[in-house]
Write a protein that binds this ligand. Sequence first.
Ligand SMILES: Cc1cc2nc3c(=O)[nH]c(=O)nc-3n(C[C@H](O)[C@H](O)[C@H](O)COP(=O)(O)OP(=O)(O)OC[C@H]3O[C@@H](n4cnc5c(N)ncnc54)[C@H](O)[C@@H]3O)c2cc1C
Length: 406
Amino acid sequence: MDPSYDESTEAYRQSIKQFLATNLPRSWQGLQALAPDQRGPFAERWRALLAEHRLLAPSWPAEYGGGGLSLIEQVIVHEEFTKVGAPTGVPTDVLSINMLGPTIILCGTPEQKQHYLPRILSGEDRWCQGYSEPDAGSDLAGLKTRAELDGDEWVINGQKIWTSHTHLANWIFVLCRTDQSATKHKGISFLLCPLDQPGIDVRPIVNAAGSHEFNEVFFTDARTAAANIIGEPNEGWRITNQLLAYERGGDSTTIPLVVQAIVDRVIETAREHGRLADPVVRQRLTLLQARASTLHASGLRTLTNALSGQPLGAESSLSKIHWTELYQDATIAAIELCGADAAAHLSAATHVPLPPDAMGTTAAVEWVNHLLCARPASIYSGSNEIQRNIIGERVLGLPREPQGRV
Ligand SMILES: Cc1cc2nc3c(=O)[nH]c(=O)nc-3n(C[C@H](O)[C@H](O)[C@H](O)COP(=O)(O)OP(=O)(O)OC[C@H]3O[C@@H](n4cnc5c(N)ncnc54)[C@H](O)[C@@H]3O)c2cc1C
């Protein structure tokens, strides 16, 4: 593993630093530091600027309006944006640009690429992900939402749940059972469906932190054009897995930067509370720092492997377990250091949803927000138990889990 980047890469880094220094407001402290009513408008203006400079979709080929950047250049962009807490888009862009866009580029028809990709970049189309159902989360292939062809339209009936940002989106990519007689993983199709229609009912779910991020989506004879399918009918499982790989990978060196910044703030919190000399606290902080350093080293190893052409394998599962559990343990340590200050905020009414990369302070209220936002991190994108199963079966060669009822 070579932990250094070469000279031309460092020159590219300077150009990104320059872009950020020129365009971010002076004394920028991150989106969360803006007044709540200014965050949305700023994010939209910033998104338009990124699109203009081809930094909104750095990994997409230039012919589709992307940055056409090499892998190492993408890493540099993400690292520099993360260091200063600059947004890389609006919340739906994680689904539209990082997940659906690359899937359309790889598996879509020329017409689909021409139609959907520019509309994603312009912000005209904003996507959400309709995978999970009340009885199909970890066991995703057990999904029951069904679609049938009626002339030149698919008719969709069923329910999705935990769909993030649906209230900010106008389209949903939705997994549907299109062949009832096929075995579980077969007979699933990957459909694209407009949300604004009478057959779709979106109901908010308020999470434990008191904020509205995800939803239930009910389909009752919802309709979408027959052509709105990625891949062939009944081959949606292949497309699903392709998209999940985009969801779980690709942040091998930026996540460690985010988590390191959080660990740094835990250490600062200990200093502010006069606890740095406490041997038990020191031991705990040392362990957090050691885990953050290990995460960084394994991220660099993943990047080195990717640069030499190796596909992302179980590293994404390892990284997911490692960073989410470190994020949770770091926030718990900070809360305990804040003591009664934090307890006062735990019962306070409203919490703001904080992404882990929010630039932050060491204030107790902010740690309470982080504590609540860290909990779901070990559930979304496939729970950590499922990631451990993947490692057990695909890396360690342990026997596969029994399938079905035992
Ligand atoms: C913040 C957040 C945002 C989300 N956004 C979206 C979204 O936009 N779109 C979407 O489709 N979904 C979304 N999800 C849903 C997410 O993908 C599921 O919650 C996740 O896959 C787990 O499924 P489940 O909740 O049904 O739990 P279950 O699958 O019922 O699992 C319950 C528990 O049992 C464990 N478990 C289950 N099976 C096994 C097994 N075989 N071995 C060991 N342990 C097992 C799980 O790890 C978990 O602890 C989101 C979830 C969260 C928390």
